[in-house]
Design a protein around this ligand. Structure first.
Ligand code: ZN
Length: 64
């Protein structure tokens, strides 16, 4: 079964739960999925570092 890693934006704690589990809550906030959502850095300088082989694909690359 696919699992999703969630992280807490407040305390940076990470937890892994099965995909069909509800979003875990930490510090009173729903945790942020790390694999499901591909968060791209907004500034081009840091984007250049890891834009190439991210394992996630959010479909905004325009395809081929
Ligand atoms: Zn937390």
């Amino acid at each position: 079964m696919k699992k999703i890693v969630y992280s807490c934006e407040k305390c940076q704690k990470e937890t892994t739960v099965p995909q069909d589990e509800k979003i875990p809550v930490c510090c009173g906030l729903p945790m942020t999925p790390k694999l499901e959502v591909c968060t791209r850095p907004f500034n081009a300088e840091s984007a250049r570092l890891d834009a190439a082989d991210e394992p996630c694909d959010d479909g905004t690359g325009g395809g081929n």
